[in-house]
Design a protein around this ligand. Structure first.
Ligand SMILES: NC(=O)c1ccc[n+]([C@@H]2O[C@H](COP(=O)([O-])OP(=O)(O)OC[C@H]3O[C@@H](n4cnc5c(N)ncnc54)[C@H](O)[C@@H]3O)[C@@H](O)[C@H]2O)c1
Ligand SMILES: [Zn+2]
Length: 366
């Protein structure tokens, strides 16, 4: 088991990463001196696969957690589901020192995190992320949120967990497309701040298309490196006032593509992959990077089964969507652009023409 310390102000915590971690929960419970009043929030797919293992582990401590399953899928990040969690907590007299466990992907993490942040003005939260995306991204950094009917993640808070427990073994059952969506964020960490990690991913790319237990050490290294990168960035900029913006690399065009396709054609990581190549193209056209950098990012993403081209959408409509994005500050669309693999910078002066040109090139990147 490896530990990463996340030194956020006033609420530092550790991320525990390894194989067989679900069976070590009891040990961590004792170590962290957590209460026996536990609510596990999960989804039916995850709970069917791994619920028994987790519950059995709690039984060693004589703890019988209350389990609440929420339908899988983005639609569950809504106020009704939050109130259902409050109802359980109130009905069962959960007190200020209770523990709420988010056991699932990013949907469960965001929903449960927001419930924990708001019940009694904040109770203990433990994240046990089970998708690659949740393990390398959404469970770390303290962002919790639910959706509003007019927009995703509009209601939320920054709220740090007491611990994040990452069991790499659960990736064995994760559908390949879900694995790939997480890999897009993994590639992102390489591009934004760690060239040697990008090289490591490129060297091992033939082992990453599917999760194979014999490659566990590679996956553990990938998760650890990604968590360390995110932990470092969010520690410096907990509330997204500066540096944290670099995590948005690939997300400007990515979000516009998710929006224009009504969140149906591409999942998040797929849209981000296209966006990372798009941003690299803008950087190349500005002379910030050699064409080789675009190719390296594009080739790695493509090899891992991620799309790197987008066709058939009206470029001016994409630009209109960009202007409505949350990342627009003082009327300017912000783009995180690579200056090399392992270094990016925030640019607020990208013109419509540059975006148009990049979208045109995205129609046929090889
Ligand atoms: N808070 C943040 O900083 C942050 C960052 C990125 C994304 N997010 C949010 O995360 C959400 C997406 O999360 P996600 O990609 O994890 O999707 P998800 O939570 O919807 O999970 C995807 C699917 O995988 C299944 N699943 C989960 N673990 C499994 C396993 N081990 N084996 C088999 N199936 C498994 C789930 O049942 C679900 O059907 C979005 O709502 C997004 O807004 C939040
Ligand atoms: Zn993302």
């Amino acid at each position: 088991m490896e530990t990463i310390h996340v030194n956020v102000k006033n609420a530092p915590y550790d991320i525990y990463v390894g194989g067989g971690m679900l069976s070590k929960t009891n040990y961590l419970w004792k170590k962290l001196k957590l209460s026996s009043q536990v609510l596990i929030v999960s989804d039916p797919v995850v709970f069917e696969l791994y619920g028994k293992k987790l519950i059995d582990n709690f039984s060693f401590l004589g703890i019988e957690p209350f389990v609440h399953c929420v339908a899988q899928g983005e639609a569950s990040k809504n106020p009704d589901e939050i109130f259902k969690i409050y109802d359980i907590l109130v009905a069962n007299k959960y007190s200020r020192d209770c523990v709420i466990v988010a056991f699932g992907g990013g949907v469960i993490g965001d929903l449960t995190g927001f419930a924990a942040a708001t019940y009694m003005r904040g109770v203990n939260l433990i994240q046990i992320p089970t998708t690659l995306l949740a393990q390398v991204d959404s469970s770390i950094g303290g962002k919790t949120a639910i959706n509003h009917k007019y927009g995703k993640n509009l209601i939320g808070s920054f709220y740090q967990p007491k611990a994040v427990i990452i069991d790499v073994d659960v990736l064995a059952t994760l559908p390949e497309r879900e694995l790939r969506t997480g890999l897009a964020e993994v590639i992102k960490y390489g591009v934004i701040e760690d060239q040697s990690f990008f090289d490591y991913l490129s060297r091992n790319k033939d082992k990453l298309g599917v999760y194979q237990p014999e490659n566990k050490t590679i996956w553990i290294k990938i998760i650890l490196t990604s968590c360390k990168a995110k932990a470092k960035i969010v520690t410096i900029d907990e509330r997204e006032q500066g540096l944290r913006a670099i995590l948005n690399y690939g997300h400007t065009i990515g979000h516009a593509i998710e929006t224009i396709t009504d969140y149906k054609k591409y999942n998040h990581g797929e849209a981000v992959a296209i966006g990372m190549v798009g941003a690299a193209i803008i950087a190349k056209n500005r002379g910030l990077v050699d064409p080789d950098v675009v190719m390296r990012i594009s080739n790695l993403a493509k090899y891992l089964g991620l799309p790197v081209e987008v066709k058939g959408y009206d470029a001016s409509e994409i630009i209109n969507i960009l202007k409505l994005d949350k990342k627009v500050k003082e009327g300017k669309v912000h783009f995180i652009l690579p200056k090399r693999i392992g270094l990016v910078e925030d640019f607020a002066d990208i013109t419509n023409n540059e975006i148009m040109k990049a979208l045109k090139e995205l129609e046929g990147t090889k």
